[in-house]
Design a protein around this ligand. Structure first.
Ligand code: PLP
Ligand code: LYS
Length: 422
């Protein structure tokens, strides 16, 4: 379903023409569709209906408070990787009791805050962390629920920078070493073992790596049962991809989770396991786009550049992963001449591009939409080249809401100070 439909050659965000939003709030701007997030979440909800589950939206994908609030209202849980994300969840009305805390470097103050708020569980990624959580929980007179994030050594067949489940990756505990870690966890007085977890990578477009990882997790669950450790849940992480390009056909949540359910239902020792998922991209990506204005067109003998007012500081994915995102004029004009060009920003880096070798009918001043930018868009933005980060806007039917104002120059240096005189 497209939350940004084209009507008579003009792009809309739900029921509002994108040109109106750009006129009101300027560019570059992220525009989100409330329905997009809601439907993204509901696809998981429906896929897991009738099976005990917890859907923990991965906050890193898009952590705007309005986004978290929309999902919290639907009952979502959250996957966090820092105390900052935890406080955002709470500020947005999310429930700590539905939070799982992932990440390889949880600091003691973060562990304490998570314990204080009573999160559902820590996905522990090393033995050092297990001992740390035990110490902090003991000092606070609490019991910490933990799940061990295992590294199943499965190739996610995605971009190497967003693959996380190979033995060379920093994430999780080698699945072969996991039983010993569980044994230790079960002995610790302030630790309760509740589950097993894995997250093998992001933007997976086939089910096979997920199912391979699942099978390895289930073997581990069997091994643990023989040791007397009975798991309550199975956290299969996030990672489900989306179709950035028309030729990509990732499985739907129903298709993927349908197969997971079949696998669990087939074995009496697995059929009690609650399913926890941590989707980010598959909920957020298509619920947002980045709108930018063409500053000028630069033509040389052998190449044309469409220079826009958004840059890698606003949207980093093309620069760091060579990620492909659809780029289209907000108002189509068939009379214009088609130009083969790179769409680039004004930043002083060769890697500052939003798209390469695109055929676009554009002229100076036109608006362009960079599609599927709702995930890992604003969250990865920066002030590089002293550029202000863009505004974020959420459309709800025919209503337009500013959910983060455009940064001001003075915001950028508000926390900086000069050296004393002399
Ligand atoms: C532990 C963990 N869970 C969930 C996610 C969300 O992944 P995705 O956005 O691919 O669904 C990530 C990011 O890859 C992650 O590191
Ligand atoms: N930031 C990445 C995904 C990394 C996911 C975090 N584990 C992206 O834009 O695709």
């Amino acid at each position: 379903m497209d939350w940004f439909p084209s009507r008579d050659g003009e792009l809309y965000a739900e029921q509002v023409p994108v040109t109106h939003i750009a006129e009101q709030f300027g560019t570059p701007a992220y525009i989100y569709s409330r329905k997009g997030f809601e439907e993204g979440y509901k696809a998981y909800k429906q896929a897991l209906d009738g099976w005990p589950h917890l859907i923990c939206y991965a906050v890193k994908a898009n952590s705007n408070l309005a986004v978290l609030n929309v999902l919290a209202k639907l009952g979502a849980g959250f996957d966090i990787v820092s105390v900052g994300e935890l406080e955002r969840v709470i500020a947005a009305g999310g429930e700590a009791s539905k939070v799982v805390f992932s990440g390889v470097g949880k600091q003691r103050h973060e562990i304490r805050r998570a314990l204080e708020l009573g999160i559902y569980c820590f996905n522990i990624e090393s033995e050092v962390e297990l001992e740390r959580i035990q110490e902090e929980a003991e000092a606070m007179g609490k019991v910490a629920s933990v799940s061990v994030r295992v590294n199943p050594d499965v190739d996610a067949q995605t971009h190497p920078y967003i693959s996380t489940g190979l033995k060379d990756n920093k994430f999780g505990i080698d699945i072969k070493a996991a039983p010993a870690v569980y044994k230790r966890a079960a002995e610790l007085p302030n630790i309760e073992v509740v589950g097993v977890d894995c997250h093998i990578g992001s933007q997976l477009t086939t089910k096979e790596p997920f199912i391979d990882a699942l099978d390895r997790l289930l073997l581990l669950a069997d091994q643990l049962r023989e040791m007397g450790i009975i798991l309550k849940h199975l956290d299969i992480g996030g990672g489900l991809g989306i179709a950035y390009e028309a030729h990509e056909h990732p499985p739907t949540p129903a298709d993927y989770l349908g197969q997971v359910r079949e696998r669990l239902a087939a074995n009496e020792h697995h059929s009690h396991l609650e399913i926890v998922v941590e989707p980010g991209r598959s909920i957020a990506a298509q619920a947002g786009m980045l709108v930018t204005q063409v500053e000028l067109i630069k033509q040389s003998d052998h190449k044309a550049f469409t220079v826009v007012d958004a840059a890698m500081n606003d949207f980093l994915r093309p620069s760091i992963y060579s990620a492909w995102h659809g780029i289209e004029p907000v108002v189509a004009d068939s009379q214009k001449e088609e130009l083969l060009c790179d769409v680039v920003g004004p930043i002083c880096e060769t890697g500052d591009f939003l798209g390469k070798d695109r055929k676009l009918k554009v002229t100076e001043g036109d608006l362009l939409a960079v599609r599927s930018a709702g995930a890992y868009g604003f969250g990865m933005s920066s002030n590089y080249n002293s550029r202000c980060r863009p505004a974020e806007i959420m459309v709800d039917g025919n209503q337009v809401h500013l959910v983060r104002r455009r940064e001001k120059l003075t915001d950028q240096w508000a926390d900086e100070m000069l050296l004393p005189e002399g």
